[in-house]
Design a protein around this ligand. Structure first.
Ligand SMILES: [Mg+2]
Length: 321
């Protein structure tokens, strides 16, 4: 009988959450299945993943949240090494998108052992690859404003407090130009390779990570108007249905701004730029994933709650196009 395969696995041992502790416990229990590589930074994880890819390793596992995953993907981009995902973060957006079990590491390992590889689009922002989504302006500013100490103390509430602070600021004006000649102006831009954003929330309703297109949402209003419009759009069944958002699909998009604007990819801050070029990378990403993404019953529940009352909200006084 042949021994089960042993995979190189990259993880961040300093993840302090309860989930982090459970993950470490799981890895120790299954130590015979993995060659464990602890990394202390995203850069280190990227370098290590790149080394495995250069060595022709068929599979590299990333155990952690979307940040760890993004770092490992950056190292594997352009290679034929497949990524295995052991979801151990708070949101695990990418795992949910692909139907990789995000609440059981045993089941996630089963998916990897099954060995089915799916090839998906891989896009980049100023040449930094991202698997799920990217944001320019508002959501990146919130991440920028959320202090690590506050996050530890308050959890998700820290983001909400930062959001309130950002909403009170004067927003940047951005010009958005797509490769097919479309021009928009806005205060924030979100780009989706997958459909989910921040957990179970299906933000990009038409997104497919197989169509070589990025789904783009441009927000034209800022401040509390932005919040009201966004909530109104969600109540109607999609953020893009708000009167002050524009939704389109394109193979490549460039965002420019006179002032530097922060950019996040897969929830991690990339930096501040005057120009951000979004485009597809030269090769697709190979991911070990189930054949069919599993359904998300919670999402259906959330949707039905948001669509209450049936027939939608009173729209009087709100302009619609
Ligand atoms: Mg797409």
């Amino acid at each position: 009988m042949s021994l089960p395969r042993r995979y190189p696995l990259i993880f961040n041992p300093s993840a302090r959450s309860q989930k982090g502790a459970r993950t470490r416990h799981f890895l120790m229990q299954h130590a015979h299945r993995f060659a464990l590589y602890a990394t202390n930074s995203g850069g280190e994880a990227t370098e290590l993943a790149k080394k495995f890819a250069d060595d022709g390793e068929p599979v590299v596992i990333a155990a952690g949240g979307d940040g760890t995953l993004n770092a490992v993907v950056s190292g594997l981009a352009g290679s034929s090494t497949a990524i295995g995902v052991m979801p151990a973060g708070t949101m695990n957006v990418f795992a949910r998108e692909l139907g990789i079990p995000s609440n059981s590491l045993d089941k996630a390992l089963e998916v990897i052992d099954r060995g089915l590889i799916r090839e998906i689009d891989l896009f980049s922002a100023n040449d930094a690859p991202f698997v799920q989504m990217a944001g320019v302006g508002f959501d990146a500013m919130v991440i920028e404003e959320t202090q690590w100490e506050m996050k530890k103390l308050l959890g998700p509430l820290a983001y909400l407090l930062a959001a309130v602070k950002v909403l009170g600021k004067k927003p940047p004006i951005m010009d958005i130009v797509s490769c097919d000649g479309r021009r928009e102006q806005g205060v924030a831009v979100l780009c989706g390779n997958g459909s989910l954003y921040g957990g179970q929330f299906k933000l990009f309703r038409k997104a497919s990570n197989l169509d070589s297109k990025l789904d783009v949402i441009v927000f034209k209003e800022s401040g509390y108007r932005f919040v009201l419009d966004t909530l109104h759009g969600i109540a109607q069944g999609g953020i893009d249905l708000a009167a002050t958002t524009v939704y389109f699909q394109s193979e490549a998009v460039t965002v420019t701004s006179a002032t530097t604007v922060p950019v996040e990819i897969d929830g991690e801050l990339l930096g501040r730029f005057n120009e951000i070029r979004f485009r597809e990378t030269a090769t697709r990403l190979r991911v070990l994933a189930p054949e069919h993404p599993c359904g998300t019953p919670l999402m259906d529940t959330v949707k039905s709650v948001l669509q209450w009352p049936p027939g939608g909200y009173e729209t009087a006084g709100i302009e619609t196009r």
